[in-house]
Write a protein that binds this ligand. Structure first.
Ligand code: PMP
Length: 421
């Protein structure tokens, strides 16, 4: 009898609908999830896992949060989509803006990819420049200008990071090392007048979790301002995840454009971009930069987003941060006792588990972590009933539903898993 995973691979490419779900980085067979509640998910064999994937950060109140589910049901009963404006879209945008005042004007879209893709187009339209800067190891979704790897020299423009991305598109993206203020200054001194925007994950969550250095954040502001380029802060992951106002509030960032996704949709397809009014008003229908969406501001997704955001307070994030701190500190101590080179960091509901002696500060350092050890740890944990993100290059997530019991259970399982390494 073929396994369900084999069966799935007959019809879905790789058996999945997004690459990381195939477990390529860790090997083995992904469990197929049937349902979730609170901190846990269950698979087809009814095996329970304490979940630290949390829909890659979208779930912050635990699975099937009752208020969110009720809001979704109530919205669905009134109609699934209209393609006409609704009041709740305005309410959600206002709710987002309260926490993120840098978003003077907002456009709701359906995925993080759409948000960043539009932000890039808008920055190009607004500045009438074509080139952009991104950082190695940062992921901003899969739009062509962002699927670009560093060029062959330190300051050469990029090359496609995926088949199907034209060289002529990649040529407009300069890829620089994360956290490297000097490289940014150098790039601006050479190409400043051609740069439309710099896009950055203010806390990098797509190469495990890498915290930004102050000098790097300062240089982002100084260089973009000096050269009249836009600063696009991509908070699709960190927004409403690390703090109520995201990394923008934590680090007092001043983005020209800001992108959100994940948490603001509460597990439904919803994302947003926003920023300075004078820039945002370049979007259609007011301005010449085109963007549209049949399902943009979908009423069911908006209802989910509103139900989640209404429950988020500064106090909520204090509690969340104490949970993630308890787990990261506990694991670090256990690893020390087991003699495993390991360290960890957390901010709000986002965590980095590093199989290295010190936290990585760049993609190069992230790549130097002990991948083999992580794989063994990942599978030992999965076997015991803890689902970590299936790649060392991903951040882990915790929700308010991860109670003391879930955290204690996780630590108990981790203790024995770490001893086996
Ligand atoms: N930006 C960041 C920082 C992300 O982490 C992601 C997805 N992980 C995206 C953009 C793309 O979002 P989506 O998967 O919703 O298209």
């Amino acid at each position: 009898m073929p396994s369900f995973f084999e069966h799935a691979q007959q019809i879905l490419v790789g058996g999945v609908n997004s690459p990381v779900r195939m477990f390529t980085a860790v090997g083995g067979t992904p469990p197929f999830i049937t349902h979730g509640k609170g901190p846990c998910v269950w698979d087809r064999e009814e095996k329970k896992y304490i979940d630290y994937v949390c829909s890659w950060g979208a779930i912050i109140l635990g699975h099937a949060d009752q208020k969110t589910v009720d809001a979704v049901i109530s919205a669905a009963q009134k109609g699934l989509s209209f393609g006409m404006p609704t009041e709740s879209e305005v309410l959600l945008a206002e709710k987002i803006q309260q926490a993120m005042p840098a978003m003077e004007k907002i456009r709701l879209v359906s995925s993080g990819t759409e948000a960043t893709m539009t932000a890039i187009r808008l920055a190009r339209g607004h500045t009438q420049r074509d080139n952009i800067i991104k950082f190695e190891g940062c992921y901003h979704g899969h739009a062509d200008p962002l699927l670009v790897a560093a060029g062959s020299g330190a300051l050469t423009f990029g090359r496609p990071n995926s088949a199907g991305v034209p060289e002529s598109v990649a040529r407009h993206t300069l890829v620089l090392p994360y956290n490297d203020a000097k490289a940014l200054q150098k790039a601006f001194s050479e190409y400043g007048s051609t740069i439309a925007a710099v896009i950055v994950e203010p806390i990098a969550g797509n190469m495990n979790m890498i915290l930004p250095k102050k000098a790097f954040l300062d240089a982002l502001h100084e260089e973009t301002r000096r050269h009249h380029a836009l600063l696009i802060v991509d908070e699709v992951m960190s927004g409403f995840r690390v703090a109520l106002g995201g990394a923008t509030a934590l680090y007092k960032l001043e983005p020209d454009l800001l992108t959100l996704g994940k948490v603001i949709g509460g597990g439904m397809p919803l994302a947003a971009l926003g920023g300075k009014k004078a820039i945002m008003d370049n979007l259609a229908p007011l301005g010449p930069v085109y963007q549209a969406g049949t399902l943009s501001g979908n009423p069911v997704a908006v209802a989910a987003g509103l139900a989640v955001l209404e429950q988020l307070t500064p106090r909520f994030y204090e509690n969340l941060a104490s949970k993630s701190k308890c787990l990261t500190e506990g694991l670090t101590e256990m690893a020390r006792q087991a003699g495993v080179p390991f360290c960890a960091a957390s901010l709000g509901g986002m965590m980095g588990f590093y199989f290295s002696k010190t936290p990585p500060e760049s993609f190069q350092e992230a790549k130097a972590m002990d991948l083999e050890r992580f794989r063994r740890f990942f599978h030992a944990m999965l076997e015991k009933g803890v689902h970590l993100p299936p790649s060392l290059f991903e951040a882990s997530f915790i929700t308010s539903a991860h109670d003391d019991h879930a955290i204690d259970e996780t630590m108990g399982m981790a203790e024995s898993a770490l001893r086996l390494l």
